[in-house]
Design a protein around this ligand. Sequence first.
Ligand code: ZN
Length: 73
Amino acid sequence: MNLSQVYDSELHEAGSPAAQGQCSHHAAEDAGTCAGEAVVSFQDRDGRWQSGCTLALETLVEKGDIEPLGQGA
Ligand SMILES: [Zn+2]
């Protein structure tokens, strides 16, 4: 289970898509199903901060990769 929290641009590398409010989860994998705006910041397996849209959040929670927002903090 990786760390997650409400999207915060400060956590992301300046100038990266994630820092600009975009979803880095789908940018790396499947842009076709992306909901667009990032709503969650989470750490991937390498401990790097990624951003995710509502669909990414749903998928990652379903897979058990991150906790639903507002829980476990
Ligand atoms: Zn997305």
